[in-house]
Design a protein around this ligand. Structure first.
Ligand code: P1T
Length: 386
């Protein structure tokens, strides 16, 4: 079945919760607990809403379907999903190899919590070259943690090749697929063991829910993750589960439009005299455009660019925009813009930011699904003020 069909129908089979009403949309089951007739027979399989909730269960089926995987779990945020994953798979003394360009909050979680308090070690490498991953792997390496494309520099890594390297060394591969969305990239088919999402972004798509997901096709891994989801308790609420499931139904059409608009915006920025570099995997000038064509089916709606000048120019440009909201987050229908060095990646120490290439002139754009001409006109007038 096609992605768009799955996105609409998976998890929404009218009778799957035993509801007699035949709802074509899974209802919001707000109950915190479920009555049973006998002590050892949970009615309809549900006992207590942290352990399992029919609305969340429907979403989890849909999340698995759109990643073409077997199992999905929904969490209260992307970071809650990441925390649960680390709790499930890592212990003191273990080692993780991670892409050096990652969402700032992910790096903060690794460094400030799992490294400083739990004795887990992290090596950050430029995973654009798989040899760097290979060279960083140690006997204690349990995970290789990737984003592709990365936040905020839109760098890619060859997921299939790195999965081969990691598996040869007995390590699992995690791919944060938030930027691409499952519509444009399915890492499990490329060899990843677990996919992470901040569903806050494209998957929900309307900037009105914070959530996260873990998706896998490995049954043992799934049981372990589900045990920790229930035991640590960072589940997605029934209402958010409903919103996210609703968002997924339009993911295919939204992503097509995000991409079309992003291509137009990237083309415009590339030709502007006040822009010194544009990072968008859909541009033939992107150094990894060929890899993008190989492992993705599209280029998504995220891009970043460098302005001529520095922080002062970046601030002036951002203040002068009218249509783009100056805000963290991404992947919603409305266009957002931000300054990674002072916003999403402020928690990464300045020197590490510089080493990776996040400069004070870097601007990140989440291109929405508005009229592209309006977006370009707004960027044009603000760039003209520099
Ligand atoms: O915000 P939360 O739902 O907890 O998701 C964290 C997260 C995980 N992975 C990636 C790639 C992300 O971009 C994020 C969150 N990012 C932003 C809020 C941002 O503006 O980049």
């Amino acid at each position: 079945m096609g992605f768009d069909t799955q996105a609409i129908h998976a998890g929404e089979e009218p009778d799957f919760t035993g509801h007699p009403s035949g709802d074509v949309v899974v209802p919001v089951h707000l109950a915190s607990t479920f009555a049973r007739r006998d002590v050892d027979e949970p009615t309809g399989g549900f006992e207590y809403s942290r352990s399992g909730n029919p609305t969340r269960f429907a979403l989890e089926k849909k999340l698995a379907a759109i990643e073409n995987a077997r199992y999905g779990l929904a969490f209260s945020s992307g970071l809650a999903a990441e925390t649960t994953l680390c709790l499930s798979l890592l212990k003191a003394g273990d080692h993780v190899v991670a892409f050096d360009d990652l969402y700032g909050g992910t790096r903060r979680l690794f460094t400030r919590v799992f490294q400083e308090s739990y004795g887990i070690h992290f090596s950050y490498v430029d995973a654009r070259d798989p040899e760097n991953v290979k060279a960083a792997i140690r006997r204690e390496t349990k995970l290789v943690w990737l984003e592709s494309p990365t936040n905020p520099l839109l760098r890619l890594c060859d997921i299939r090749e790195i999965a081969g390297i990691a598996h040869d060394a007995g390590a699992l591969v995690v791919v944060d697929n938030t930027f691409a969305s499952p519509y444009f990239q399915q890492p499990i088919a490329l060899g990843a063991d677990v996919v992470v999402h901040s569903t806050t972004k494209y998957i929900n798509g309307h900037s009105d829910s914070i959530g996260g997901a873990l998706i896998t096709s490995d049954e043992e891994l799934f049981r372990n993750l589900r045990f920790h989801q229930n035991t640590a308790g960072a589940i997605l609420s029934p209402f958010d589960s409903f919103l996210v499931a609703r968002g997924i139904k339009t993911l295919a059409v939204r992503m097509e439009r995000h991409e079309r608009n992003a291509l137009a915006v990237a083309g415009f920025l590339s030709a502007h005299r006040n822009v010194t570099a544009v990072y968008y995997p859909g541009l033939p000038s992107h150094p990894q455009h060929t890899l993008a064509r190989k492992q993705m089916t599209g280029f998504s709606g995220m891009l970043s660019f460098e302005l001529k000048g520095g922080k002062a120019e970046a601030k002036r440009f951002l203040r002068n925009l009218h249509l783009f909201a100056l805000a963290e987050s991404l992947g919603g229908v409305e266009s957002l813009i931000e300054h990674p060095a002072t916003m999403t990646h402020a928690s990464v120490p300045q020197e590490e930011r510089r080493n990776v290439g996040v400069s004070d002139a870097l601007i990140r754009v989440s291109v929405g699904i508005e009229n592209a001409d309006d977006l370009i006109a707004d960027l044009d007038q603000a760039l003209g003020t520099l």
